[in-house]
Ligand binder design. Structure first.
Ligand code: SAM
Length: 275
């Protein structure tokens, strides 16, 4: 890009930790636009100063998004160029910006991506889990009931599942994943990527949940959790569990039938009977 195109919205990824993970094109774009819409202007300023960007900043965050979007679209339609950044990584990925991009497109404004860091993709790239098909789930519901329900919906998915999680809830979430997906399902905790205490732990869910529960250091910083999809072996176990459950259910209370069918087949009890 030689200069910012008038009337374009540039959606610019910023680092997820290491401040040099800002591309040359991102720096050039941020210098050239008329204004940068940032999630938190105080948070972004040091990064911009470090890279010699002194473009004016305006705030666009979840609390002012509706009003800010109208004002930004007016500027875009009037011919100004605007860059959108979030506190970290790619805007719109568990971050504000969706409303702005929708409104800009509706006003026939060109939206131009300047790609870069994204914690989900960085984690997937080093997790060692199948990466040919994956699903990004963002943050799980914070309360246990909603979280378990969402996990239940995902338990049969054959694709690698990627979650963002707060460090305060990582131990609880891993324990729920172990219960719903089964103790043996492979999982990875990717913490503090590109930062000083970067850690990537890959283990079956039972071991990973136990390790994180017993080590407060693993409950710090920013976390991505990745869980392998349900494999063919798991499919076979589930089919066997369902067959045994169907037989035992005629003779036993369903909860007991599910417990025995799970013990015999190795299938997760919760996938056989939710009770
Ligand atoms: N837009 C960002 C992106 O592209 O990844 C995500 C923003 S979301 C509000 C913040 C969450 O992303 C954190 O709670 C954590 O789950 C994940 N995350 C961000 N930076 C990370 C890092 N350096 N290491 C691991 N996870 C990170």
């Amino acid at each position: 890009m030689s200069s910012a195109q008038p009337g374009a919205l540039w959606v610019v990824a910023t680092p997820i930790g290491h401040r040099d993970d800002l591309s040359a094109r991102a720096i050039e774009t941020l210098r050239a636009v008329d204004v940068i819409a940032a999630e938190d202007t105080r948070h972004s300023r040091p990064l911009l100063v470090h890279h010699g960007v002194d473009t004016p900043l305006i705030a666009l965050h979840e609390h002012n998004e509706r009003d800010a979007v109208d004002a930004i679209v007016r500027r875009l339609v009037a011919g100004e160029s605007v860059a959108l950044i979030s506190d970290a990584g790619t805007p719109l990925i568990s971050d504000p910006g969706f409303r702005l991009v929708r409104a800009a497109l509706a006003a026939n404004v060109r939206c131009i991506p300047v790609p870069g860091a994204c914690a989900a993709i960085a984690a997937l790239s080093v997790a060692g889990l199948p990466s040919d098909r994956f699903v990004f789930e963002g943050f799980l519901p914070p309360k246990a009931t909603g979280r378990r329900q969402r996990l239940q919906e995902l338990a049969g998915d054959a694709r690698t599942v990627i979650f963002y999680e707060s460090s305060h809830r990582v131990a609880e979430s891993l324990a729920d994943m172990r219960d719903v997906f089964g103790a043996e399902r492979e999982a990875v905790l990717a913490r503090e990527l590109t930062k000083m205490f970067e850690t990537v732990l890959g283990e079956p869910l039972a071991e990973l949940a136990a390790r994180v529960a017993s080590d407060p250091d693993q409950q710090r910083g920013e976390c991505v959790i990745l869980v392998a999809g349900r494999g063919e072996e798991a499919d076979a176990k589930l089919a066997e569990g369902q067959r045994i459950f169907a037989i035992l259910r005629d003779e036993l209370p369903p909860a007991k039938a599910a417990k025995m069918a799970a013990a015999i087949s190795g299938a997760p009890r919760k996938l056989l009977y939710e009770g």
